[in-house]
Design a protein around this ligand. Structure first.
Ligand code: PMV
Length: 329
């Protein structure tokens, strides 16, 4: 090789934040493409993120994913594999990809690590391959790995549109309000750092057999519009109703499927009950995704009260704010 023939390195790094849903994604119209039944609405969490570096090379090995120094076995790489396969198809090459990923929080414990992980992987791997994708295209790419990852690409408060195209070309997320639209405090309360026993995808499938499934469909179909209006109007009482109602629907549904799925732990319930009591008097509300951990939102004036209530629980927590979108680093 002459001095001028410098080998191009296909390498890029990205950071993406976890997102927590106000109106949740639960139920798929297509499980291969992770297409949801309904629109969902969420916010990014600034303090919870994944950083990923992607390198494409010509080695004769398989793709690799290393999360916090753990080499993910190839048979469980399925989610990320779909993202890499889609990039290979777009670029028209057969290189393999090595992804090195680091979370600053517990993985698979209901804190949306798959969302931040797949969003960071999608942005890093697409950039490393030289693809210049729009935000919507990146959101759809991340979605292939984990549905909720679609919402970790855009910034702030986001809405993921379920769309209607069978190929999912209209099922992406967009910002509905930027991070500074509503300066709420976010507490992420870690009730458990152990991995959940039942994955979200498995639980979603089981829930379709719950006797409450039809009732759930009816309620869930209206949740995103309601949540979006509450957020845009900065109406804390409406946000509280939206979050609590949607959280209870999801967990009630999970508990009534066969075999039942119970993500709620005693300490989760204790905190949820504290917030349900507190929200009669102060501006505070909470939610839980598919895991035991609880995320609490509150307005400035309520902050000291809410913080004391959380401290009284005696479990670790972080204080943070509404987060930005996925970025190259
Ligand atoms: O994206 P998945 O397959 O991890 O599912 C996420 C499901 C919930 O977190 C419970 C809800 C949501 O909208 O994020």
């Amino acid at each position: 090789m002459t001095d001028l023939q410098i080998e191009k390195e296909f390498k890029a790094s990205a950071r993406a934040h976890a997102n927590i849903a106000v109106a949740k994604y639960w139920g798929k119209r297509n499980s291969d493409l992770n297409l949801p039944l309904f629109d969902s609405v969420a916010f990014n969490v600034e303090g919870l993120y994944t950083e990923t570096t992607a390198v494409w090379d010509d080695d004769d090995f398989r793709d690799e994913l290393i999360i916090n120094d753990w080499q993910v076995p190839s048979h469980v790489m399925g989610r990320v594999q779909r993202i890499l396969d889609s990039i290979r198809k777009d670029v028209g090459w057969s290189k393999r990809c090595v992804l090195r990923s680091r979370n600053n929080f517990a993985r698979s414990a209901g804190l949306a690590s798959s969302a931040s992980g797949c969003a960071a992987a999608a942005l890093a791997a697409a950039s490393a391959a030289g693809l210049e994708l729009s935000e919507s295209q990146l959101s759809m790419l991340a979605r292939l790995g984990s549905g909720s990852a679609a919402r970790s690409i855009p910034a702030g408060w986001t809405r993921w549109y379920a769309g209607s195209d069978p190929d999912g070309s209209d099922a992406f997320a967009q910002t509905i309000a930027p991070p500074d639209h509503w300066p709420l405090h976010v507490f992420v309360v870690q009730i458990s750092a152990t991995q959940k026993a039942v994955s979200s995808s498995e639980a979603m499938m089981r829930c379709e057999k719950s006797p409450f499934w039809q009732a759930y469909l009816h309620e869930a179909s209206q949740a995103a519009d309601y949540a979006q209006t509450a957020i845009l109007q900065r109406d804390f009482s409406a946000l509280t109703y939206a979050m609590h109602h949607n959280m209870m629907l999801l967990h009630a549904l999970c508990m009534t499927c066969d075999p039942p799925v119970c993500y709620v732990e005693p300490k989760s319930l204790e905190l949820v009950k504290r917030i349900l009591r507190a929200c009669q008097a102060v501006q505070a509300c909470c939610t839980m995704d598919a895991g035991a951990n609880v995320v609490v939102l509150c307005e400035g004036a309520s902050y000291p009260f809410v913080k004391n209530d959380i401290i009284a629980l005696g479990v670790p927590f972080i204080q943070t704010k509404i987060g930005t979108g996925a970025q190259r680093i």
